[in-house]
Design a protein around this ligand. Structure first.
Ligand SMILES: Cc1cc2nc3c(=O)[nH]c(=O)nc-3n(C[C@H](O)[C@H](O)[C@H](O)COP(=O)(O)OP(=O)(O)OC[C@H]3O[C@@H](n4cnc5c(N)ncnc54)[C@H](O)[C@@H]3O)c2cc1C
Length: 374
């Protein structure tokens, strides 16, 4: 029978410190695999836990509280951490190419590198807006924005482009954060429809009421066409004046995947089997936002990446041991919680469950407290 002896001398390379890989490392902390060498490649030493991000932006959690220290985690798992960016993959010779010039050979590979924002449809977004991904650079820019808003002539008009769950959370967080800290009137606008996956009709009604109560101007059936220094031009021709614009729209696959010969879905994300192996490569796995489970596609959300983590950990261990892999079917829906920035939240699940209040926020807080290793 195959055993951990099979994995001795093998090299498992994890590329990206996303949510699924955090859980993989945790699994190897709890249950080390004798003889297996593990390397984690990550652009950043700290990785944010997305469930706590809206709470941080609203001022509830500190920056330290929402981050997981990959150096600490890798050390505990007996893994080597390489702080570098993967810029390419050569599947024929099983190598990962790093920006710093290193060229890493692997026996088994796993990729969890998230997404990049697709700003291509909005002219001027690159220059004048703050993209919400990658989250690390969002937080740096957010801190600078917060500092400048505290100055007497700082920004007072904020626009958020993107009416999905992340955009709505951001609008509430911006309202809560700046209204509490700036004595002048603050204007907040949300541009984009709230027909996001996972937001049912009951939640939509509650969200609309909550936005109105907090005086957040909503341009629901309109799209941003152009962003300039003074605001956002909409498809309808309307102009939304803004001193600062945050963009949380469509996701694009990370550039490192562009030239690989791996199977992809129609949008360019890695196409994976129910075992989380890439369709055309038994030695390479992928999870989180950069991957699509072609048999069971789900929205790109941290909660799905977190759920893939334990399965990925077991299958990577089985793959290095030469054992049969398990298959995984993600849940059809999940509890969606939108923090309103004031100690309350709007929650829902499936087609009809919708609720709101302090208890909903407690739920999101409990979720945050059960985040992976901090
Ligand atoms: C404002 C906002 C609020 C959100 N709120 C929620 C929420 O409440 N609940 C929820 O479920 N989801 C939420 N999301 C979505 C959530 O952030 C993502 O779905 C989640 O982060 C995806 O996790 P991941 O594992 O795919 O990778 P990510 O968390 O994106 O991590 C990818 C990691 O890979 C590293 N990396 C990237 N490229 C490379 C490379 N080439 N080489 C090496 N390392 C690389 C990065 O440094 C990063 O550490 C929110 C998103 C935003 C923007």
């Amino acid at each position: 029978m195959a055993s951990s002896i099979e994995s001795a001398g093998k090299h498992l390379v994890l590329v990206g410190g996303g949510h699924a890989h955090v859980l993989v490392l945790e699994a190897f902390v709890r249950n080390p695999e004798p003889g297996l060498a593990i390397t984690l490649v990550s652009k950043d030493r700290l990785t944010p836990y997305s469930g706590m991000l809206p709470g941080h932006l609203a001022g509830t959690y500190t920056r330290d509280e929402i981050h997981i220290d990959l150096e600490h985690l890798a050390r505990a798992a007996g893994a080597r951490l390489v702080l570098d960016e993967a810029v390419g993959f050569d599947r024929a010779v099983r190598r990962v190419l790093l920006k710093g010039g290193e060229n890493l050979a692997y026996d088994i590979l796993s990729v969890d590198i998230g997404i990049t924002p697709d700003l291509s449809g909005i002219a001027g977004a690159d220059e004048h807006a703050l993209a919400v991904k990658p989250i690390g650079s969002l937080l740096d820019k957010w801190d600078r924005l917060a500092d400048s808003a505290l100055a007497p002539n700082g920004p007072r008009r904020f626009a958020i482009v993107g009416g999905g769950a992340a955009g709505i959370c951001l609008a509430f967080a911006v309202r809560a954060f700046f209204t509490a800290r700036v004595s002048d009137p603050v204007e907040v606008s949300l541009i984009g429809s709230s027909e996001a996956p996972g937001i049912n009709a009951g939640m939509r009604r509650r969200i609309a009421r909550a936005l109105k109560r907090r005086r957040i101007a909503v341009h629901a059936e309109d799209a941003a066409l152009r962003i300039d220094r003074d605001g956002v031009v909409l498809a309808s021709g309307r102009f939304v004046p803004a001193d600062a614009v945050l963009v949380s729209t469509h996701a694009a696959p990370p550039p490192a995947l562009a030239k690989t010969e791996w199977a992809k879905d129609e949008r360019g994300f890695l196409a994976v089997r129910p075992t989380l192996q890439i369709l055309n490569d038994e030695t390479a796995f992928a999870a989180g936002d950069c991957a699509t489970m072609v048999a069971h596609p789900r929205p790109k959300a941290g909660v799905f990446a977190v759920r893939q983590g334990p399965v990925l950990a077991r299958n990577l261990r089985r793959a290095v041991r030469g054992e049969a892999l398990e298959t995984y079917t993600p849940q059809r829906d999940h509890l969606l919680l939108i923090a309103t920035g004031d100690g309350r939240a709007i929650g829902g699940r499936g087609r009809s469950l919708a609720f709101e209040g302090r208890l909903a926020w407690r739920l999101s807080d409990v979720n945050s407290n059960s985040r992976p290793m901090l």
